[in-house]
Design a protein around this ligand. Structure first.
Ligand SMILES: Nc1ncnc2c1ncn2[C@@H]1O[C@H](COP(=O)(O)OP(=O)(O)O)[C@@H](O)[C@H]1O
Ligand SMILES: [Mg+2]
Length: 400
């Protein structure tokens, strides 16, 4: 089983490249499902076929689904949403406003992640290709289950980061007790999230692929995603630069464009080192229909198997050291930023914040039980790794 996520900003070519990857995979004999959560329905455009909210057959071995976030959210979150609304109402917040706040704006990206669990468990497909989704921001939700405490806090913590509720919810004290239904739904959801996390951090199963255009903003945006993915322990295996003006174009009108693109290609090579980098030319028209998609697939992958793991980066390691414990977070791109790193212990987790020229990224790394007794000593960024050291005070005493 393989799960391939494509990420990149709007218009970069995610829908086109996801569909083309799906087509190529099905051609090679893989039972393939392309999952899209892009509300713009670009996958229907690319495939030139209406794609529904249940798996829609496109060709032999090729299926596509357009996730309907509103429907899915209602199914997955209906009860929890009701609970949140009752929370606000109990504090005198107007009901309409309460619903507004509890409507989970990032749901689109999140529910398609939940779909992954469903299809991995159904075992019907060899490869799942995901169009859109992880902006790394959506991926962070998979880490929440490790950070949850009592049920009420659990529900709020679970939903708050999704709905940006944190600031609103924090000052509220004396919460209504969640009913049995909320707790059941909550437990079910936690289970799914736990499974999702296991799938996503499995380097043999899941790959995140970056799609950028040869432009400053597009590359910047993906640098941040790449860093986030590393912090989240998700394997990024490939970067694709799309809409590159072909060599053969000599029209002076495009001279400046070509010049800039060459520069950005070099920059991309730097930013995404050591990932393999592929280029896709700017076609003469929009890419629509199976014929053009098949051309895209051939240009990107030639006769390679798109299901292969193109690159396997190092995972986060927690190991015992002489004095205590060492956590090593590989950050292959980090030496290229003017970074400041902050490490803090939050309960049983480690909060890591890296400030770069492309904004702040943060993750919580759950610590093994053995670390709970240890003291956070120091952290340093060295050779593209963040090393965090814990000291076991008992060890020191033993030495004395
Ligand atoms: N290599 C390419 N050459 C020409 N047009 C492209 C290419 N890649 C994508 N497009 C077009 O650019 C637009 C955006 O692509 P799309 O895959 O929908 O982006 P995203 O899903 O990332 O928002 C679409 O009209 C698509 O046909
Ligand atoms: Mg799209």
């Amino acid at each position: 089983m393989r799960v391939i996520f494509y990420t990149g900003k709007g218009g970069a070519g995610k829908s086109v490249i996801s569909s083309a990857t799906g087509l190529k995979l099905s051609d090679m004999g893989y039972e393939t499902l392309v999952i899209s959560s892009d509300p713009a329905h670009t996958i229907s455009d690319a495939l030139e076929t209406e794609v529904y909210h249940t798996p829609t057959k496109i060709l032999d071995k090729l299926w596509a689904i357009q996730v309907d976030p509103v429907r899915e959210a209602r199914e997955a979150y209906g009860v929890i949403q009701e609970y949140i609304v009752s929370l606000f109402k109990s504090k005198g917040v107007d009901e309409v406003l309460a619903y507004e706040i509890a409507s989970l704006p990032n749901m689109t990206e999140f529910v398609s992640l939940l779909k992954v669990v469903e299809f991995v468990e159904s075992n019907t497909y060899d490869v799942l290709v995901l169009d859109t989704v992880p902006s790394g921001e959506a991926l962070k939700n998979i880490y929440l289950p490790t950070l949850l405490g009592s049920t009420a806090a659990k529900v709020i913590k679970l939903v708050a980061p999704i709905a940006n509720l944190a600031k609103v919810v924090e000052p509220i004290v004396g919460l209504p007790t969640p009913g049995r239904e909320v707790i059941n739904q909550d437990i079910k959801l936690l289970e799914i999230l736990r499974k999702l996390k296991d799938i996503i951090v499995d380097r043999k199963v899941t790959s995140l692929r970056l799609i950028a255009n040869p432009e400053a903003f597009s590359i910047q945006n993906l640098k941040r995603t790449y860093l986030l993915a590393n912090l989240y322990d998700i394997n990024v295996d490939l970067a694709i630069i799309n809409k590159v003006i072909p060599e053969g174009v000599s029209d002076p009108y495009f001279k400046e464009w070509k010049h800039a693109q060459t520069r950005y290609l070099t920059e991309a090579g730097d930013a995404f080192y050591p990932l393999p980098l592929k280029k896709l030319r700017l076609f003469q028209s929009e890419v629509k229909g199976l014929k053009l998609l098949s051309e895209v697939g051939n240009e990107v992958f030639a006769d390679e198997d798109p299901a292969q793991v193109y690159f396997e980066g190092k995972a986060i390691k927690v190991r015992e050291s002489e004095q205590g414990l060492e956590v090593v977070v590989p950050l292959p791109s980090v030496s290229r930023y003017k970074e400041v790193c902050e490490v803090e212990r939050v309960g049983e987790d480690l909060s890591v914040v890296i400030s770069t020229d492309i904004g702040e990224v943060r993750n919580f790394i759950p610590l093994p039980a053995i670390a709970h007794l240890m003291k956070l000593d120091k952290a340093k960024l060295l050779n593209c790794e963040l090393r965090i050291y814990f000291i076991d005070e008992r060890w020191k005493e033993g030495k004395k």
